[in-house]
Design a protein around this ligand. Structure first.
Ligand code: ZN
Length: 133
């Protein structure tokens, strides 16, 4: 069901500053940036092997990333797992009684279809399911 770690989401307060670390220091290549209005974030992607690092900067002080940084500081915010069929994966979670944040898939950066599980259901780790065509 889960194919791989699709990406690791990192909350940052300043995207340009954070990018320096990943590109200059670690030598990763920036693939692109995108604003996802619905989630109030600006996202930057950097492929690493067959996975990616996703940097997330809030575009709104009330957005989920701003709230996350306020509470916990900058750092790893979520782990995204690639699934073949997100509806099927969500249905399986429901059957297992897993608490979900998203009952239905929504739009994710890069054209993915994503859904978050509740971190209380997964030992404090915010898990994203991610389907890409
Ligand atoms: Zn993500």
């Amino acid at each position: 069901m889960v194919r791989k770690v699709d990406h690791i989401g990192v909350a940052v307060s300043n995207l340009e500053e954070a990018l320096k670390t990943y590109t200059d220091v670690l030598g990763l290549e920036l693939q692109g940036t995108e604003v996802v209005e619905e989630q109030k974030v600006r996202v930057a992607f950097m492929p690493v092997g067959d996975t990616e690092i996703e940097l997330l900067e809030s575009t709104d002080p009330e957005g989920p990333i701003a709230k996350f940084i306020e509470k916990r500081g900058q750092g790893i915010q979520h782990i995204a797992f690639r699934v073949d069929n997100i509806e099927e994966a969500l249905e399986r979670m429901r059957q297992k009684g897993v608490r979900l944040i998203d009952e239905k898939p929504r739009y994710g950066a890069g054209g993915a279809r994503i859904a978050f599980l509740h971190p209380k259901a997964t030992g404090g780790v915010l898990v994203e399911l991610c389907e890409r065509k």
